[in-house]
Design a binder for this molecule. Structure first.
Ligand code: UDP
Length: 239
């Protein structure tokens, strides 16, 4: 019999760049479809799935600001980029027969629902995948922080951060052959060693509310499902 999921409710953070595939901008429909299939598989196993998608494949406030734009305006554009990504993923999930709802931290009611915590939890209980869009709704934050915040708010048992590396290393594994992967790290180690797992605000939130965080390689099909079944893949950051 297939292994039962270990977690009842999870929050998965995908960067905007995860949707680009080999391109350097935008969304690759094939990559989007593959990610959507992996997410729907979790849901079919009875796991409640919340998703936060970044916007870095389209706009980042910091990048726009360094090109001369007002930072807050740039951050608004970055948040709107996350809404576009969430809409694309909602569409891909629905194409596979799953039910999904985009909930935005910024009101854009013609496009998606507002984020209302109790309604989000209701969607999850009814088996809908909830896509938390527009980050925290505030400039000067990131979607990593939004992911930690929403995970704590909805009582997720695990926060998963998908990256292109199979965990957290003590040095860049692409540059140093003998770079060592951590299997476990404490929140404070991540912060004091400045390991760039997520921004410090996000890690601090995980630490303060004792939310376990696992970093894994999104390019390995099946790992997401195995992690949710309880396999120790990637790096676990915990108390
Ligand atoms: N952003 C923001 N507030 C938030 C979340 C995101 O202002 O709470 C903006 C910010 O400009 C950020 C952009 O949206 O650069 C895209 O998010 P992020 O950089 O976290 O995306 P990722 O790197 O995960 O693709």
């Amino acid at each position: 019999a297939p292994a039962a999921p270990k977690y009842r409710r999870i929050l998965l953070k995908l960067s905007g760049e995860a949707l680009m595939g080999a391109a350097d901008y935008g969304i690759d429909p094939e990559v989007l479809g593959r990610l959507a299939r992996e997410i729907v598989e979790l849901q079919n196993d009875g796991v409640e799935v919340g998703l936060v998608i970044g916007g870095g494949n389209i706009f980042r406030g910091a990048g726009l600001a360094s090109a001369g734009m007002d930072r807050v305006t740039g951050d608004h554009m970055g948040m709107l980029a996350t809404v576009m990504n969430a809409l694309a993923m909602q569409d891909a999930l629905e194409k596979l027969g799953a039910r999904a709802r985009v909930m935005s931290a910024i009101k854009i009611n013609e496009v998606c629902e507002d984020y209302i915590r109790r309604r989000a939890i209701r969607h999850l209980e009814k088996g809908r995948i909830v896509l938390f869009a527009a980050g925290t709704g505030n400039p000067f934050f990131t979607t990593d922080s939004a992911a930690a915040l929403r995970a704590v708010e909805i009582g997720a048992e695990l926060l998963l951060k998908a990256t292109k590396v199979d965990g957290v290393y003590d040095a860049d594994p692409k540059k140093k052959k003998d770079a060592r992967r951590f299997e476990h790290l404490s929140y404070d180690e991540v912060i004091s060693r400045d390991l760039q797992v997520m921004d410090t605000a996000a890690i601090a939130l995980c630490r303060d509310y004792n939310l376990p965080l696992r970093i894994y390689d999104i390019t390995r099909p099946g790992d997401l499902k195995r992690i949710v079944q309880g396999k120790a893949i990637g790096t676990l950051v915990h108390g």
